[in-house]
Design a protein around this ligand. Structure first.
Ligand SMILES: [Zn+2]
Length: 278
């Protein structure tokens, strides 16, 4: 599933080709995505200027004078920029043909992605039902130790589960959460209330580091957006614990263990990440 770093890279990758271009044609080849794509968009978006391309959480926002087109990649979606006469292939569900003779194309084999419309008359995009409850962006100053401490200090819930809750932090997907907890030397089952402000500070720093590192690596794949077969996947970084159960810890050689927390596999080193009682 594309995570925040992949979405950020996609956003930055398409931005120079989409921003300040006029939509010539909006094509729905198969609108049966997570939610049906609204048919009126074919008319609504025609001859409309895309003023900006931004990201909030895992949504890519194409802002126009009439409203905002919200794109989500779901489980398997990807967006590419291609010459507008490039023939569509299987799973190319949506095309946005632009005045620079490029097409922004959504391909999504599993169709869990979404293309939603927020009309300007409905107010600011931040008030949209899918965005209004989202936590602060992890790479902004709003996400800091005081904030995290205040959110978790009374919680009798595993920290791994807390940091994967997008009302607490957006963007700490399973891999990133596991790696950040390892780097911060915090056991994934430690309950929120057992962490002091200093531990929160460590966790904030390491969540930001794993995300930044991943975005940095993603930058090297930006050229893939211009290839017909370019499908940006996960940005594989050096993983210390994720997917490494029964292998030796990179720091101390202790065998990495696996535990399931809220149906998600979590990996940790029992020596580097001792369990603190709550
Ligand atoms: Zn270790």
């Amino acid at each position: 599933m594309p995570e925040l770093p992949e979405v950020e890279t996609t956003c930055k990758g398409i931005q120079p080709y989409v921003e300040n271009q006029t939509i010539i044609q909006f094509i729905i080849r198969d609108g049966r995505l997570r939610w049906p794509v609204e048919l009126h968009l074919i008319q609504t978006l025609q001859s409309t200027l895309v003023q900006s391309v931004t990201r909030r959480g895992k949504y890519i926002l194409l802002t126009t004078k009439k409203g905002v087109l919200m794109l989500h990649l779901g489980m398997s979606g990807n967006l590419r920029i291609l010459p507008s006469n490039t023939p569509a292939t299987k799973h190319d569900h949506i095309d946005i043909i632009l005045s620079n003779q490029q097409v922004l194309r959504l391909n999504d084999p599993r169709r869990f992605g979404s293309v939603l419309w927020h009309d300007a008359e409905q107010g600011a995009i931040e008030t949209h039902r899918l965005l209004c409850k989202l936590a602060p962006e992890p790479l902004t100053n709003e996400f800091n130790a005081d904030y995290l401490y205040q959110k978790i200090q009374h919680k009798n819930v595993a920290i791994k589960k807390l940091i994967m809750n997008n009302q607490i932090i957006v963007g700490a997907g399973n891999i990133y959460a596991s790696e950040a907890l390892f780097n911060a030397k915090i056991h994934p089952l430690t309950v929120g209330k057992a962490l002091n402000k200093q531990a929160c500070q460590q966790l904030v720093v390491h969540i930001q580091n794993v995300l930044r590192e991943s975005i940095k690596q993603g930058g090297t794949t930006l050229k893939d957006f211009l290839k017909p077969d370019g499908k940006p996947g996960y940005f594989v970084q050096k993983l210390n614990v994720y997917g490494r159960n029964e292998q030796p810890c990179t720091q101390c050689n202790t065998v990495i263990e696996k535990v399931i927390i809220s149906q998600r596999a979590s990996f940790f080193c029992p020596k580097c990440q001792p369990l603190k009682e709550g």
